[in-house]
Design a protein around this ligand. Structure first.
Ligand SMILES: Cc1cc2nc3c(=O)[nH]c(=O)nc-3n(C[C@H](O)[C@H](O)[C@H](O)COP(=O)(O)O)c2cc1C
Ligand code: SF4
Length: 639
């Protein structure tokens, strides 16, 4: 694979071209990197990436609170230095991404407007108008970028990446949509770029002309008018002539976030479509791209074809820090696939230590390790969905004697249904991985075995894990029990039973995904949602925006504020705006949530069995809940 070849970036030699993409890790009240960050970065260096990069680190807290870490004093250098040492021990290099701010993307409180290039609407609350950053503020931030860069250099950091992308503060200065200044930082295109280029000059001044500098830059904002392509190309051309060492380009904006932070629906290497354009203007300066490049063939081809020089991997290295070594050693079956659920981003935005749905060790690399079982206890796992599979694999990996009963003919539970949609290949890969794991650790799998109390008792387990999933909720309206009425899981697993005119009741994520899936197969689909909008549950913004975009760009017909009144043999009666309407329907699918069933769990408790209930059995939840509960319940088990 070409990405294992070394490369020279200015004065920095990288052992390979695999880069941990900059991804902000939330911090504690010190605003410093902490021991969790140290373990997180160290693990990714150990896993074989050639360059480890931090997420965006603020250089000042004078104008806005830092979104992640802050680097403006020796106090913040302490852990940075320790991370640099650990990363270097594995032969990798260490870069820091420095940011002068995120401007209008700030959320301080409902009343405090953040600073931006000019007065413009705050992203989260457009009624809150941002304040114009005073000219002295610009000068201070430019200086602060230089000072922080010097602190980083002295701490042992090998390269600075300037966070000049994503619609954040530097981009707000560049964009004529947000920058209406009349001083030398506004007006002409050249003036709008002044902030960025002064920062580069300042870092050169403080760190010396040979110290490597990268710039992460937005090529264009795609579905938004913040930055046209010609401007992005022109900036890249100027950057390539400015003496910087690496151009890292990205695309999109906050209003189409899935173009920036990949969604589950994006295809591998989605940003490579623009790589040739970037190459044409970037001269001899190496180029780095990101966007689901954790697919070895896609990444290899991008480098072999000369499109890019380095590949930055974000989600892929959160999910599996050892991706590089596994690829190198041709252990592709052992790679933990990212499922694109976005829990890492969604939870980090809430201030949680950034978790990963499929990698419970993420940000807990040292504390959640597994230890061998002391005695070979007999573990019975009921249910072969993601929670049960994970619990079984972890128990068996620790050395327990594990049996798994699954009532269906197949493993995977609800995940198998999600994996059946063609744009959910990532989920399919994860399910296959989980199944490989239970087989690898020799779990005794019994299919078509429904768990009943007597059988469980006569099995004499030392511990039972109840992971039997949840039952779909069907609203008991007239006609709900007709033969052409079904629920999401059977409809997805047996698409051949879904006829031409489909009505989906429920416009949440599952309903919308099913709608797009069946519409792409030529079905005539209507989604009926009782709420005023589809996709109302909080979730990862990129997935949410992306599936909405897919619904809007499909032939799916959406009815909101619409109540389902009755299902008949060939039609569904709904009430919309106070009027009754008739929808043609030869398949009706309820996508109205799930409800747990606790009776077996309670019976086992009554029998004094050591029993734990996890996943949807405990409470209908997300994949992250299922996999983490599966992992932890057998991680902490003493036996
Ligand atoms: C949790 C999370 C945090 C991120 N934080 C940053 C950041 O601080 N700076 C940045 O430039 N990009 C950030 N990104 C974007 C990634 O660097 C990368 O461009 C994007 O995830 C696409 O690459 P991927 O498909 O390999 O994940 C973040 C992405 C994620 C998932
Ligand atoms: S949380 Fe989900 S999207 Fe993020 S890295 Fe893990 S699997 Fe991928």
């Amino acid at each position: 694979m070409k990405f294992f070849e070394p490369i020279q970036i200015g004065t920095m030699r990288l052992k390979n071209r695999i880069v941990l993409a900059p991804m902000g890790t939330t911090t504690d009240s010190t605003c410093s990197f902490n021991a969790y960050d140290l373990a997180y970065y160290e693990e990714r260096a150990k896993g074989g990436a050639g360059l480890i990069m931090t997420g965006a680190v603020s250089v000042s807290d004078e104008f806005e609170p830092p979104a992640c870490q802050l680097l403006n004093s020796n106090k913040h250098v302490y852990m940075l230095h320790r991370i640099a040492e650990s990363v270097h021990a594995y032969g990798a290099k260490f870069a820091i991404q420095l940011s002068p701010g995120i401007g209008r993307m700030n959320w301080i409180d409902p009343h405090t407007a953040p600073y931006s290039a000019s007065p413009c609407p705050n992203y989260y609350n457009p009624e809150l108008i941002c304040k114009e950053l005073p000219i002295e503020g610009i000068h201070k931030l430019v200086k602060a970028m230089g000072e922080s860069a010097k602190l980083a250099k002295d701490a042992g950091v090998d390269m600075i990446e300037i966070h000049g992308y994503g619609g954040y503060l530097i981009d707000q200065f560049i964009s004529s949509k947000w920058n209406h200044r009349t001083d030398e930082y506004g007006g002409s295109f050249e003036n709008r770029q002044r902030f960025l280029f002064e920062i580069i000059d300042e870092i050169r001044k403080t760190c010396g002309k040979n110290y490597p500098i990268a710039v992460k830059v937005t090529l264009d904002s795609m579905d938004d008018d913040e930055k046209p392509l010609e401007e992005g190309l022109s900036i890249i051309k100027r950057l390539s002539q400015s003496g910087i060492d690496l151009i890292h380009y990205g695309r999109g904006s906050y209003s189409c976030r899935w173009r920036m932070v990949s969604s589950v629906y994006q295809h591998p290497g989605f940003d490579l479509e623009a790589a040739r354009l970037v190459r044409e203007v970037s001269g001899k300066v190496p180029v780095m791209a990101h966007g689901k490049l954790n697919h070895p063939d896609v990444a290899n081809k991008a480098i072999s074809d000369g499109l890019v020089d380095l590949i930055a991997i974000g989600h892929g290295l959160i999910a599996d820090p050892h991706w590089p070594n596994k690829v190198k050693e041709n252990r592709l079956d052992e790679i933990v696939p990212c499922i694109g659920c976005g829990e890492c981003h969604f939870n980090a935005m809430k201030g949680h230590p950034r978790p990963c749905a499929v990698n419970p060790l993420c940000m807990h690399e040292k504390e959640y390790q597994l230890y061998p079982a002391k005695t070979k206890k007999r573990i019975l796992v009921l249910g072969g969905g993601p929670a049960g599979l994970k619990a079984a694999a972890i128990a068996a990996q620790r050395g327990f004697d594990v049996t798994l009963w699954e009532k269906n003919q197949y493993l995977g539970g609800a995940l198998a249904a999600a994996a059946a949609m063609k744009f959910k290949k990532d989920v399919k890969d994860q399910l296959e991985y989980l199944i490989r794991q239970v087989k690898k650790y020799k779990v005794d799998i019994v299919l078509e075995k429904e768990a009943i109390l007597e059988d469980v008792l006569s099995f004499h387990p030392d511990r039972v894990i109840v992971a039997i999933g949840a039952n779909p909720v069907v609203i008991p309206i007239k006609g709900h029990d007709l033969p052409h009425v079904t629920t999401a899981i059977p409809a997805l697993l047996h698409p051949e039973t879904v006829k031409q005119n489909v009505v989906i009741i429920g416009g949440g994520e599952v309903g919308c995904e099913m709608g797009v899936e069946f519409a792409s197969k030529g079905k005539k689909v209507t989604i009926v949602e009782i709420a005023e909008d589809i996709l109302m549950a909080p979730s990862f913004v990129a997935n949410k925006q992306n599936i909405r975009y897919m619904v809007e760009h499909s032939l799916v017909h959406v009815l909101t504020s619409c109540a389902t009144k009755e299902i008949k043999e060939k039609e569904v009666i709904v009430e919309l705006n106070g009027n009754q309407e008739v929808l043609k329907a030869d398949t009706v699918i309820f996508s109205t949530g799930f409800r747990s069933e606790h009776s077996l769990f309670e019976q086992l408790i009554d029998k004094n069995i050591d029993v734990v209930e996890i996943g949807d059995s405990q409470k209908p939840g997300k994949v992250i809940d299922a996999i983490h509960q599966g992992y932890h319940c057998m991680r902490v088990y003493e036996g």
